[in-house]
Design a protein around this ligand. Structure first.
Ligand code: WTA
Length: 648
């Protein structure tokens, strides 16, 4: 670990800091001494129909209730569009680069307003009202962003679903959310792989049957192929929407009205929908993006995240637009159709802030330095990352080779549940340490519980918790508040537990050590190992299985599955069947790196599977297995090691 490498603040003439270290300190102190006053002041970053006078109310204790700015009223689409119309009417709000079609589209704030209003009218015509759920499952096209904003204009709760989910996964989420309309695309290209959006949704709706509340589907034609449409249910997006009026009076939302839900993985099997409230979320998006990615004249922020993840919500849509910036989306890949594609796009669109995942940085690194050297990246001023731990080496490569040491790297730690950045630098103000997500933004009070469950000041390591609510904190899990309480507030009374482990060094910098629960992170996509185990558990050909995460040089982590086949089943099962089952039941992103068929799993005497040992065996770390005497049958270990060795 190179904690010792420190890149001093203000070493970046191309990126003038937005404040002095002293001003940042004043903010921190103010937030600490009078949090409500501090957050009410930050709340002024967004436009309110009725300004709030209340800060936080509620508690992390007992049943857990969280409320912010309760007497305020606002509309998220107004915060993102209308309030900029006077000064920035003709400024580009959104650039959508379509690799698949070889073209791009730029929408000004005025254009965006028109498109959003037309769709808000169209959805209203279809019967969508405040509080209804609308599912959005689209590739990276401008309609995805327009759809999110149109929902917020009506007060409908959007549920953006990842195109990589299987029909089964989509069906489960459509039923759970009770979505009444789905907005999708015909298909998309991911590199040279076709992703069949509409077909998968058709299948999902067939599977969901009576349990689904979906009445209508709007289909954006994202390819030339004919799309089978179900009369009465399916409408061609543009044929239908473009006839509606380009004005729509935004619905005034109470700050605590839900704005969107987003499914993510936890340590138990069922995916959970995290619910965010309108006022707190908008303030958080505006505050965190304003602090880390302050847009200035001619800035173009390209956050490469898919819109179906929280980074896509906050760093692609709500954060940049609430701050009046220009945001860019693209359906391209860093290495396809040729290595260095992203660098050409940075030059072509004069991207000034690039925000991506460590996985993409590792993929760029693997292409070699020469690919970068050939390109003109002089437009870049700031580099960002989030989603998974980054090694100091990859951090330094990003900083030195892509950023030419001219651009600060903001490594930001956050979660679907936190809505926006929690740990991260105000670029140019704080010194940077490669591999560290620096420090909490003002207003966030982190606590690290050591192995004895004690919170220590200064340098320490353990479970990363947050002591006090922040406006962007998720309010509940859809239809399961008890699960919300259990998952985040049961570990230590009065604290929100993040699920991550972290170390704080003597300078107060945070180093994330990874998840402490059974959630793994594949190329920035969260996956619960219990999700995989539950899915496979339903197949009678498998007696039992265990899924673990192992380190992977590009994806960060990869999934490995050990399964005990049912020898008495009429039809057998092989490794490929198991892979296929996972892809069909969960989605392509969950495809395992390896599957091992084994006669048994390592267990304690009480029968509990020892996943720690499986992780070590799967990653080849067999000399550090430790004491095996507590296992019910230690001899299984050599069988498993042999199995893994023979398959490599
Ligand atoms: C991990 C993504 C290390 C962490 C924004 C967290 C990170 C989970 C970082 C949330 C980072 C996120 N360094 N690990 N900078 N950022 N993580 O909900 O384990 O998709 O709990 O939100 O990603 O993933 P999610």
């Amino acid at each position: 670990m190179t904690d010792q490498t420190v890149i001093p603040a203000r070493a970046y003439p191309d990126y003038p800091a937005i404040m002095t270290p002293e001003q940042l300190q004043v903010m921190r102190e103010k937030a600490r001494s009078d949090p409500d006053a501090f957050w009410l002041e930050q709340a002024q970053r967004v436009h309110w129909f009725k300004k709030p006078t209340q800060g936080f109310s509620g508690s992390f204790e007992k049943n857990v209730s969280i409320s912010w700015f309760a007497d305020g009223e606002l509309n998220a689409s107004v915060c993102c569009i209308d309030r900029h119309l006077t000064e920035k009417r003709d400024q580009v709000a959104l650039i959508s680069q379509r690799e698949a079609e070889g073209r791009s589209e730029s929408l000004t704030y005025h254009d965006l307003h028109e498109r959003v209003c037309r769709l808000a009218n169209a959805l209203t015509y279809l019967g969508v009202k405040k509080g209804c759920r609308v599912a959005i499952c689209l590739p990276m096209v401008s309609e995805a962003i327009v759809s999110m904003l149109a929902c917020t204009r009506i007060g409908a709760v959007h549920v953006v679903l990842f195109g990589g989910f299987s029909a089964e996964g989509l069906a489960e989420r459509l039923v759970d959310s009770g979505a009444v309309v789905v907005i999708t695309g015909s298909m998309a290209w991911r590199g040279n792989k076709a992703v069949p959006y509409k077909d998968t949704l058709d299948e999902a709706l067939r599977k969901a049957g009576e349990k689904s509340s979906v009445q209508f589907m709007l289909v954006v034609r994202t390819s030339d192929e004919a799309v089978p449409m179900l009369p009465g249910r399916d409408y061609d997006y543009h044929d239908f929407v473009d006839h509606f009026e380009a004005d729509f009076v935004p619905v005034a939302m109470h700050a605590e009205d839900p704005m969107f839900m987003l499914y993510t993985s936890g340590s138990t099997g069922k995916p959970k929908a995290i619910v965010h409230a309108t006022g707190g979320y908008m303030v958080w998006a505006a505050y965190t993006m304003g602090m880390v990615y302050t847009p200035r004249a001619n800035d173009v922020l390209w956050c490469t995240a898919d819109v179906a993840w929280i980074t896509g919500h906050t760093s692609v849509v709500y954060g940049p637009l609430a701050n009046g910036g220009t945001t860019m989306i693209s359906d391209s890949l860093p290495t396809s159709p040729y290595p260095g594609r992203w660098f050409d796009l940075i030059d072509a669109y004069k991207v000034t802030m690039l925000f991506t995942a460590p996985t993409a940085v590792r993929a760029m690194m693997a292409q070699g330095e020469a690919v970068v050297q050939k390109r003109d990246l002089s437009s870049l001023r700031l580099l960002g990352i989030a989603g998974e731990p980054i090694s100091p080496d990859a951090w330094l490569w990003y900083h030195d080779v892509v950023g030419k040491k001219r651009c600060p790297v903001a490594d930001t730690w956050w979660q679907t549940e936190t809505a926006g950045v929690v740990l991260g630098p105000v670029p140019g103000v704080q010194s940077l340490k490669p591999g560290s997500a620096t420090m909490p933004l003002p207003g966030l009070e982190m606590v690290i519980l050591n192995s004895d469950g004690k919170a220590e000041a200064g340098a320490t390591a353990g479970a990363l918790c947050i002591a006090r609510s922040w406006p962007g904190q998720c309010r509940t899990i859809w239809k399961d508040h008890e699960r919300f309480r259990q998952a985040y507030f049961s570990m230590a009374p009065g604290l929100y537990f993040t699920g991550d482990g972290a170390r704080r060094d003597e300078d107060g910098y945070y180093w994330i050590t990874g998840r402490m629960d059974d959630v793994i992170n594949i190329a920035g996509h969260r996956l619960g190992t219990a999700e995989v185990e539950d899915a496979l558990g339903e197949d009678h050909r498998i007696v039992e299985c265990a899924a673990v995460g192992v380190p992977h040089s590009v994806k960060g982590q990869a999934l490995v599955v050990f399964a005990i086949p049912n020898r008495t089943a009429v039809t057998g099962v092989d490794e490929k069947d198991i892979s296929r089952l996972i892809v069909n039941l969960i989605g392509r992103y969950a495809a395992p790196e390896a599957v091992y068929l084994v006669p048994d799993l390592p267990r304690t005497r009480s029968g509990k599977i020892v996943r720690r040992l499986l992780r070590k065996i799967a990653s080849g770390e067999t000399d550090t297995l430790g004491d095996l005497s507590a296992l019910s049958d230690p001899s299984i270990i050599s069988t498993l090691c042999e199995r893994v060795r023979s398959q490599i």
